[in-house]
Ligand binder design. Sequence first.
Ligand SMILES: [Zn+2]
Length: 143
Amino acid sequence: MSAQPIVTRTPEVRREERGHAFYLPEAALAAVPVLYATDDIPAEHTTIHAHYFAAWGDWYVAEFDPATGEAFGWARVGNDDWVGEWGYIDLPALESFRADRPGLPHLVERDLHFTPRIAAECLPKGRRRLRCKDEACAICTRP
Ligand SMILES: [Zn+2]
């Protein structure tokens, strides 16, 4: 008997047009916790594994379900960091989305230079913070 790789992720609709893979490479993807796995970790302490961006938003992935492509993380739609929040992210929907407004970048792209680090170190500075219970926490009180 040999172990069969589990490949259940939804196919990429805009792969060719985007010019790069939307999802993380397999090894990096394997390091992303499954949905709900980081529930006990304070938000600012949570490791972010991927960053996606478009002219109109940013999405940061902390958890991922390989079977459905659903993720959990922090997202902001529009340019106001304050409106960003933690929640579920439909990655297949972002992958397949294509704006039709002329002159604007059309697709959501993955930040190919992003390296995993905690939320306090990589989310936009102007966001609302969900601090942990330690009022003196060096992570949650970062500027
Ligand atoms: Zn903290």
